[in-house]
Write a protein that binds this ligand. Sequence first.
Ligand code: SF4
Ligand code: SF4
Length: 110
Amino acid sequence: MEVFVDKTKCTGCDHCKDVCPVAVFEMYDKTAAEVNNDSAPENMKWKGTDDPAVVKEWGNVNDGHTHFKTKSVAINGPTCILCQACLIECEGACIHIKDDSGTTYQSTYK
Ligand code: SF4
Ligand code: SF4
């Protein structure tokens, strides 16, 4: 299993880390080198700018979760059991999973 986070759209809400039963995700400060120290494709790397549409949707939401301070990094994708919990909970709709047959899955949060 391969798991990637499109970091430009990640709100840093922590939901993926909270719900994943096999510890696929780790949160890093946006300035930390570890944010891009994974196997995510180039277009999903952190380039220093949050997606404006995601900021507009989540920037002023005060629900007890910190937003836009950290980014989620899928450090442990091969352990994913495809329970899909993270796909349901991901605010930024920015988690991508590819199984061993090549079938892809994306966040469904709306
Ligand atoms: S689908 Fe995979 S990465 Fe997502 S919560 Fe389940 S085990 Fe973790
Ligand atoms: S659930 Fe989605 S938006 Fe929230 S920290 Fe994880 S990857 Fe980022």
